[in-house]
Design a protein around this ligand. Structure first.
Ligand SMILES: Cc1cc2nc3c(=O)[nH]c(=O)nc-3n(C[C@H](O)[C@H](O)[C@H](O)COP(=O)(O)OP(=O)(O)OC[C@H]3O[C@@H](n4cnc5c(N)ncnc54)[C@H](O)[C@@H]3O)c2cc1C
Length: 303
């Protein structure tokens, strides 16, 4: 089965976009802001919060960042107009971080200003290790000017416990995730259980310092450990939230919501849906078979 799933993933470049789109509909809200708003409305009705991600990363020209800034500004205004419970998540490489960090700061400032005008929150996603330090530097700069800016720490990085200590000094709001980019052993733990330990080390460090933590995982083992950690400290559900990707682990998500935990769904949308969806499928070939089944039976699978 594993070999079959891997083979399906290898054939992706030859699969017509219209078919990939059916699979993508599970992971992506759609191409337009309107579709994203409809989905967030539904998630809010189910008791979930959301964070919107305008798809796109690593631009090669400054001009490419302009549309992204405008899209985020529009999204933030629309969230407010519809009184939805959603913030936004931003990748700094989509704003030119690798081209020119000063220019990236200017573009990011425009998004932060839009959020400030509505009292909303902006999370900076964490990308590959070539930009970890600069991303943190930008986070600390903006956090000084506007409290409602948050960051992400990746549990697989050896450096993350130290970064967590730095962040606690400013009382930050931190999403903790395992980390999605392929990194070498000198930089990142490779062993599954060691990554879990790193995850809990960072979560515990942040909770002890009274930082607000976004526990971003679909791993049932980690969810259990995080719940135990929260219980041991006697924390109220206002002190942390769980976070999950759209289309992943729906049953676990609904269970946590039913048990009274805050839960935020990461909702990507935009014209770059194709690249994002292919990446999701490559990360997790085991679902390729399920997707194929879903497509053959006429559906893209539940969100
Ligand atoms: C809200 C959110 C924000 C994130 N932001 C970042 C970020 O800024 N930077 C970063 O590097 N990484 C980010 N990630 C990705 C994260 O680092 C992991 O790669 C990803 O969440 C998988 O790890 P896991 O903890 O769910 O455990 P895993 O052990 O990888 O997954 C547990 C189970 O969940 C299911 N699952 C997990 N991921 C997927 C998927 N993509 N598609 C289908 N099923 C899946 C599978 O059934 C799997 O068995 C984010 C994840 C979440 C949930």
């Amino acid at each position: 089965m594993k070999a079959l799933n891997a083979a399906i993933v290898r054939t992706l470049p030859f699969v017509p976009k219209s078919i990939v789109r059916r699979f993508a509909s599970r992971y992506v809200a759609g191409e337009t802001l309107e579709e994203a708003m409809t989905l967030v409305t539904r998630l809010n009705a189910e008791g979930c919060m959301a964070t919107l991600d305008v798809l796109g990363e690593d631009v090669t020209r400054r001009e490419e960042t302009e549309q992204t800034v405008l899209d985020y500004q529009k999204a933030i205004a629309e969230i407010a107009a519809r009184r939805l419970d959603s913030n936004v998540s931003v990748k700094l490489t989509a704003l030119g971080l690798k081209l020119d960090p000063a220019f990236c700061r200017t573009q990011f400032a425009r998004i932060v200003e839009a959020a400030r005008a509505q009292g909303n929150f902006v999370r900076i996603d964490m990308e590959d290790s070539s930009v970890t330090e600069e991303t943190l530097r930008i986070y600390f700069e903006f956090r000084e000017k506007y409290e409602r800016v948050g960051i992400v720490l990746q549990a697989y990085l050896h450096r993350s416990p130290d970064d967590a200590r730095r962040v606690t000094k400013v009382g930050g709001n931190v999403r903790v995730c395992k980390g999605i980019y392929v990194e070498p052993p000198q930089i990142a733990h490779q062993d599954r259980e060691r990554i879990r330990q790193g995850f809990m080390e960072v979560v515990d460090l942040l909770l002890d310092a009274k930082s607000y933590v976004g526990i971003a995982t679909h791993d049932p083992v980690l969810v259990q450990r995080a719940l135990a950690s929260v219980r041991r400290r006697g924390l109220s559900p206002q002190a942390y939230e769980f976070q999950m990707l759209l289309g992943v682990a729906g049953t676990l998500r609904r269970r946590l919501v039913a048990e009274g935990h805050r839960l935020r769904v990461y909702v990507p949308y935009g014209e770059s849906w194709y690249a994002y969806s292919v990446r999701r499928l490559k990360e997790n070939p085991s679902i390729a078979g399920q997707v194929l089944k879903g497509i053959l039976s006429g559906g893209g699978g539940p969100r």
